[in-house]
Design a protein around this ligand. Structure first.
Ligand SMILES: [Zn+2]
Length: 293
């Protein structure tokens, strides 16, 4: 992946080294996106057709409960090592890409913050722990990641490469886009009135749509900035495969699925990421209407 020299985002919050530590124990109770819900045939019809004012009103929708910890406020100095710069650059690329896609529809993209932490950290969705993997908290509109996750991807799942790492961020940013569009909110509301099986099925569709959105990002980022190099797509597909529910369940215990327990199978994740990547079209990401995932 080619990224050196591209714009770096100011929306990275570096909490590493400033408290935390520990970790261990699983569970990000309340679940950042353990949403469930309704049939959303309409969703994609208003995806992007939505009134920007409506987007602004979405702020708290679907926010998980749990006592919100004190949120670290104010700007913090961020490290300047290559890994941190890479994260800032990937985030900036998602900002530029989604910013353009939203404005093309007359809407304004409000970027999420990306929090780097180690061990555990407080979020508006409860205490985030690195053992949970990267996740998005809609209540504070932040993506959280402990970069140790990348080490784990490499050691346990044998997935490495910058683009595979970028895909992980793009997937979480995809959840943010779903939040802005009101998709996750609707799914969450619908989940209140359904059983667990149906709720989980909707969660899977939500996850697969985030994969598709990650693909949409990659399509446009590559068209604008030629970020992809030989083998990159395969690496990201390996990541999607490695962290599918079925693949994870084959792994020894001791690790929890990134950001949700229901992500879809490896084949499904691969397929939806590819759908976004090949089309660059948000409308193709209607996992809620798809008969076959
Ligand atoms: Zn997810």
């Amino acid at each position: 992946m080619k990224w050196e020299g591209n714009r770096e985002s100011d929306n990275v919050e570096d909490r590493r080294g400033g408290g935390g530590g520990g970790g261990g124990g699983f569970g990000f109770g309340g679940g950042s996106l353990s949403i469930g819900g309704v049939v959303i045939a309409l969703i994609l019809s208003f995806v992007f057709g939505i009134n920007p004012l409506t987007l602004l009103g979405m702020a708290d929708g679907g926010a998980p409960q749990q006592s919100a910890g004190q949120q670290a406020a104010g700007p913090t100095a961020t490290a300047n090592d290559p890994e941190t710069r890479f994260m800032k650059t990937v985030l900036a690329d998602t900002e530029d890409t989604w910013g353009a896609l939203f404005s093309a529809q007359g809407a304004q993209y409000q970027p999420p913050k990306l929090v780097l932490f180690t061990g555990r950290t407080s979020t508006a969705c409860g205490t985030g722990q690195s053992s949970t993997g990267p996740f998005y908290c809609p209540a504070d509109r932040k993506v959280y990641i402990d970069l140790a996750f990348y080490r784990l991807m490499k050691e346990r799942f044998h997935v490495s490469g910058e683009f595979a790492q970028a895909y992980v961020i793009a997937h979480e940013v995809g959840h943010h886009v779903q939040h802005l569009l009101g998709v996750s909110d609707q799914v969450h509301q619908a989940q209140q009135n359904t059983n667990e099986t149906e709720g989980n099925a909707l969660s899977v569709r939500l996850e697969l749509q985030a994969d598709c959105f990650a693909g949409v990002w990659a399509f446009h980022a590559n068209r604008s900035r030629q970020i992809l190099e030989q083998g990159d797509v395969e690496a990201a597909l390996s990541a999607a495969t490695a962290i599918g529910d079925d693949a994870l369940q084959r792994q020894a215990q001791g690790y929890v699925v990134p950001d949700s327990f229901t992500h879809g199978t490896s084949a499904q994740r691969t397929r939806w990421f590819r759908t976004g990547l090949e089309s660059g079209d948000v409308a193709q990401c209607d996992t809620f209407k798809a008969r076959q995932l």
